[in-house]
Design a protein around this ligand. Structure first.
Ligand code: AMP
Ligand code: MG
Ligand code: MG
Length: 332
C-alpha cells in the first residue's frame, strides 16, 4: 500500500460524514420559506421525475442515440430529462440562471418541491440569497455511454446549485438503484453547505487501515490518466461511468479516491457531486488541488481534471501523490 496515503487516511478518515439529522429543525417551513430550501426541494422532485423519464425511455426500447462529438453520446432520455428539469425549475424560479448539458426546449413540468425538505431549517448563511445569486448546473443524465451499454447503476441525474460561483447545494438521483422495475426503483441523495447530506447513511467509523481504492473513468481514459493512476500505486482501481456515480462511491466507502487526469468532465458533471461531497466533509478539485468556479460565465470544461476524496485531509494526501508531469500537463 502507498504509505503516504495510508498515514493521512488512517489519521484523518474518522472525521466522517456530517449527519443532517443532528441539526434538523422541527419547525415547519411553507412554500414561501427561504429560497435555498425551496430550490433544493424542487430540485429533488424534478430529479426524481427525470429519473422516471429515463427509466421509461429504457423500457420503451428506442434510445434515439445521437453522437454529439467523438465519445459523447446523447439519447432521448438525456433530451427529455433535461426538458423536465429546466422547465420545472425555470417556471418556479424565473430569475435563476440554469445551465444544462443538453440544448432542448421545455414542456414537462413539476410545480412543487419535496414537502419534507421544505420543513427543514435553512442554514443561517443561506437565508438571504436571491434568485439572481443562483446558477443551476444540470446534467440530466450523467453516464450516457453506460446507459446505452446497460450499466444502469452508473446512471445519475445531477442538479448542482452554485451561489456566487461556489457549489453550495446539490442533488444526485440514481434512477436504476434497486433495479429497473418501477417498484422501489431509484434513490435520491442531496446535500447543502451548513446542513449536511440526506439519502445515505454515514460511512461507519473504522480503526482498520483504509486502502487507496481509486474510482476513475470507464469509457474516457487515456495515456495521461493511466500514467497518473500507475504512479499513485492504488490497491485497487474501479472503472465506472459518470461523475455522479463515482462521488456516490466515495460517500458510500466503496472507493476512497476519485482520480481523472484528463480534461473531459464539464461543470454540470461536477457541480452537484462537489456540493454534496463538500456538505459531507469531503473535497473535489482539479488534479492540482485547485477549486473549480461555477459562475455563469466560466468555461464549461474542467480542463485540468478531477481529484476528489471523502475528507479534506485525504484529498490533501492525494494531491501529494499526483506526479509532477501530470500536474504540468494539465496546468492551464
Ligand atoms: P466518465 O468518468 O468517463 O464517465 O466521465 C464523467 C463525465 O464526464 C461524463 O458526463 C462524461 O460524458 C464526461 N466526459 C469525460 N471525459 C469525456 C470526454 N473525453 N469526452 C466527452 N465527455 C467526457
Ligand atoms: Mg455527465
Ligand atoms: Mg449528461
Amino acid at each position: 500500500m502507498n504509505t503516504r496515503w495510508l498515514a493521512a487516511a488512517l489519521l484523518l478518515f474518522n472525521s466522517c460524514v456530517l449527519s443532517a439529522d443532528q441539526i434538523r429543525s422541527p419547525s415547519a417551513m411553507s412554500q414561501s420559506g427561504p429560497l435555498m430550501m425551496r430550490l433544493i426541494a424542487s430540485s429533488v422532485t424534478a430529479a426524481n421525475r427525470a429519473g422516471k423519464i429515463i427509466r421509461d425511455v429504457m423500457s420503451q426500447g428506442d434510445l434515439g442515440i445521437v453522437e454529439k462529438a467523438k465519445d459523447d453520446l446523447q439519447t432521448e432520455a438525456d433530451r427529455s430529462a433535461q426538458r423536465c428539469i429546466v422547465a420545472s425549475l425555470s417556471r418556479q424560479f424565473p430569475n435563476i440562471t440554469i445551465i444544462g448539458e443538453e440544448g432542448v426546449p421545455s414542456d414537462w413540468l413539476i410545480t412543487h418541491g419535496d414537502p419534507e425538505i421544505l420543513k427543514k431549517k435553512c442554514p443561517d448563511t443561506l437565508e438571504d440569497i436571491t434568485e439572481e445569486d443562483v446558477v443551476v448546473w444540470v446534467d440530466p443524465l450523467d453516464g450516457t455511454s453506460e446507459y446505452t451499454q446497460g450499466f444502469l447503476e452508473h446512471v445519475t441525474v445531477l442538479i448542482g446549485i452554485s451561489i456566487r460561483e461556489q457549489p453550495i447545494g446539490g442533488v444526485i438521483h440514481q434512477p436504476f438503484w434497486g433495479g429497473s422495475s418501477e417498484d422501489g426503483a431509484g434513490r435520491t441523495i442531496w446535500g447543502l453547505q451548513g446542513f449536511g447530506i440526506e439519502g445515505l447513511p454515514p460511512i461507519p467509523r473504522t480503526k482498520e487501515p483504509i486502502p487507496l481504492i481509486v474510482t476513475t473513468s470507464r469509457s474516457h481514459s487515456n495515456s495521461l490518466a493511466e500514467s497518473c493512476l500507475e504512479a499513485m500505486k492504488p490497491e485497487k482501481v474501479l472503472r465506472v461511468g459518470g461523475a455522479g456515480y463515482k462521488v456516490l462511491q466515495l460517500l458510500e466507502g466503496t472507493a476512497t479516491a476519485y482520480v481523472f487526469a484528463s480534461p473531459g468532465c464539464k461543470k454540470w458533471d461536477t457541480c452537484a457531486p462537489e456540493a454534496i461531497l463538500r456538505a459531507a466533509g469531503g473535497s473535489l478539485t482539479d488534479i492540482l488541488g485547485r477549486p473549480y468556479n461555477y459562475g455563469s460565465n466560466v468555461s464549461r470544461p474542467n480542463r485540468s481534471g478531477v481529484l476528489a476524496a471523502p475528507t479534506v485531509q485525504m484529498h490533501q494526501a492525494l494531491t501529494d501523490l499526483i506526479p509532477e508531469h501530470v500536474k504540468t500537463t494539465l496546468k492551464d
